[in-house]
Design a protein around this ligand. Structure first.
Ligand SMILES: Nc1ncnc2c1ncn2[C@@H]1O[C@H](COP(=O)(O)OP(=O)(O)OP(=O)(O)O)[C@@H](O)[C@H]1O
Length: 314
């Protein structure tokens, strides 16, 4: 983990720390006074169904959305603190680039606005997409515009990258290339990434931390390595069409029956019946279980709970 507690009272161990963070729109709460944290140096997948509150959370972190309640800290500083802005880059779903600018002019703007600008990195991303520096943004395809937006985000050399469904309009090759670039940034520079995505295979491949949301609430948060092994896929037989009583000793997240057989994703809280067939689920299976059942009891690992002391995070 790359973040450290720094002088001046800020605590760099937590890239994001939310306490009672809420956002209410006229039609209701988009984020319901939630508390969680994301350690620095991690790639955190932000997962949830449409309308879960993911963009709202990313918008609050990027200072585009004003919270109604609570507080969000970035690297230990309140999100409104002027020292926070240069430390993150945000890539929203609509990527608002100036359409009349050329690609080169966009990069020049990035250079002028950002003191730590890395022109070589930004140019490389543009070049690998075969984009002419003289091409106007308005003439580019959606995926090509996304590439320029990525060049601007990476060129800023941020400590925190806030990405709202960043790769949804990239072709498979560009997706693979930008994904690798993201992973090498994380490995080389300890950049923290908070990335919303509906592509569970992408989340499984890239993310080592999770924030699962539904209905404006956090349903699961923590280290993937800690969360996944708390679950088991149990297969067994029903009795007279009923699920076995012993299943009720565990938290059942998702259960399906086919003929006399049942398959359940459970959070095991006691030894599991040896008559059942047991398997460790993939991250994708766990995510699907929680997405299908947003009413399942929330699961936050200690690292994800603000105020919880975490020795190995220091
Ligand atoms: N500017 C806004 N004004 C009013 N309501 C809003 C606004 N932005 C979001 N909402 C509402 O807040 C809730 C959460 O929306 P949000 O965009 O954060 O969800 P999301 O998880 O990012 O969804 P998606 O996966 O579809 O992008 C939704 O019910 C949405 O209608």
């Amino acid at each position: 983990m790359s973040g450290t507690a720094t002088s001046g009272g800020d605590d760099g161990r937590w890239a994001l720390e939310a306490r009672g963070l809420g956002k209410k729109y006229r039609r209701g709460w988009a984020l319901r006074e939630e508390s969680f944290r994301v350690p620095a140096g991690r790639v955190c997948g932000l997962v949830g169904p449409n309308g879960a509150g993911k963009s709202t959370l990313l918008g609050i972190a990027a200072r585009l959305v004003e919270p109604t309640r609570g507080e969000l800290r970035i690297f230990g500083r309140p999100v409104g603190d002027p020292t926070v802005m240069p430390r993150f880059a945000y890539l929203g779903q609509d990527k608002p680039l100036f359409k009349r600018f050329t690609v080169a002019e966009c990069l020049r703007m990035g250079q002028e606005l950002n003191p730590g600008w890395d022109q070589a990195v930004a140019e490389r991303i543009v070049r690998e997409g075969n984009l002419a520096p003289s091409a106007r943004i308005g003439s580019l395809s959606g995926g090509q515009r996304t590439r320029v937006a990525f060049a601007l985000a990476f060129g800023k050399r941020p400590e925190l990258l806030l990405l709202d469904e960043p790769m949804s309009d990239l072709d498979p090759l560009a997706r693979d290339e930008i994904g690798s670039l993201l992973m090498s940034e994380v490995a080389e520079r300890g950049t923290t990434v908070l990335m919303s995505s509906h592509m569970l295979s992408e989340v499984e491949h890239m993310c080592d931390y999770l924030l699962v949301m539904a209905g404006g609430r956090v349903r699961m948060a923590g280290d993937t390595d800690e969360l996944v092994p708390l679950h088991t896929v149990v297969t067994g037989v029903t009795t007279d069409g009923r699920l076995p009583d012993a299943l009720a000793s565990h938290t059942v997240i998702d259960v399906r029956t086919a003929g006399r057989q049942f398959t359940a994703l459970v959070r095991h809280e006691a030894p599991l019946d040896p008559a059942w067939q047991l398997a460790e689920p993939s991250l994708e299976e766990v995510l699907l279980g929680y997405l299908r059942h947003p009413e399942a009891p929330a699961l936050l690992s200690p690292t994800a709970v603000p105020g919880h002391r975490e020795e190995h995070a220091a």
